[in-house]
Design a protein around this ligand. Sequence first.
Ligand SMILES: Cc1ncc(COP(=O)(O)O)c(C=O)c1O
Length: 405
Amino acid sequence: MYAFSNAVNSMHSEDIKRLLKQSSGNNMISFAGGMPNNDLFPVKQIDEIYDALPINLKKLCFQYGAASGYPPLVRSLKSYLHKKGLPIDIDKILITTGSLQAISIITQEFVNKGDIILTENPSFVGALSVFETYEAEIHGIPIDKDGIDIEALKQKIASLDKTPKLLYVTPNFHNPAGIIYTPERKKALLEVLSNTGIILIEDDAYSDLYFNEEDKYLTKPMKSYGLADVEIIYTGSFSKILGPGFRLGYMLSSPEIFEKAETVKQALDACTSNFMQILANEFLSQHKLDPYLKFLRFEYRDRKNILQQSLIKYMPEEVIWNEPKGGFYIWLKLPEYVSSTDVFKESVEKGVVFVTGRTFDPSSKKDDRIRLSFSNMPKDTIEKGVKILSKVIKKALKSIPSETV
Ligand SMILES: Cc1ncc(COP(=O)(O)O)c(C=O)c1O
């Protein structure tokens, strides 16, 4: 037995490993992994971009770069983020190796052992793992269909004997809950945080993946609201729009936070791959992103519609969910007495995997939810998968414990 650290033995890290194993199983119908679809990647465009690169840029691909990022990509990102209303003239962009690294950098910048981090409950399991690695004390705040529960957040802040360092939220097409915050809820959240000293991490990995044009306004980032009395660090990712294999993310923060983040980044991995930054920059600067996003929105909406229709057709009435307006996920609610971990055990045997509710609970307890990801599913297996899963759930509903009858 080795004396592994407390952090590395944490439950959430184990969950991620299990999740990745399950979603790569060959014969499984997998609603598990929150990844884009292999068949949708812009392989041809990237081939053409690389082939057409001048030789000096091809050589640069192989080289180290600046810790803060490849300057032409930073410029392209500025105009991309400017369209979202973000304050790119005052604040500064740091390119990171995936946006998970941005979350890690921010945590390293601000959090000492035992410091408090507030998250939504449920919350993105990757971020929870990072927070655990830095031995933060994590407090989860419930969410509803419109966003974080404002009263619960106020009460939590009032009940703590020290000020939380960070609040981490995913307001647009939440992972795992699939919801998008209403503009009212975003405003209310900022009001609660105003002048508290709690730094808000606004994780915006999915906002480009709305299904209908009329919902686009909902994705407006809180950092674009222009409020001076709340410190917001905005993080974004190329993983859901170009491919996670790029390992490209970024953070937008005040210059002071940027300076320290750059120092942390330098110590972590010196710089993000020049290869990927150069290819991504060409993709953006040659205006290939917008048409590609249109295509992706159509494809993911199609998969969401098939999943939604299949759920309506097969799920028992005890199972409820909200239809998402974008992103990758549908978050099923089971009756309290049914555990998604139990459903999972049976479902794996029948060839269908998903992610259990407790995976996303900071305290690994609440287990009456199932996350179904429709992003990486061949369209023609969605219905088959739902049919199998619904049978397993119906069986679990029949074995109601006697005290609940
Ligand atoms: C909410 C959220 N944030 C961040 C990430 C991490 O993305 P990246 O691949 O850029 O590290 C994910 C990936 O699943 C995510 O769901």
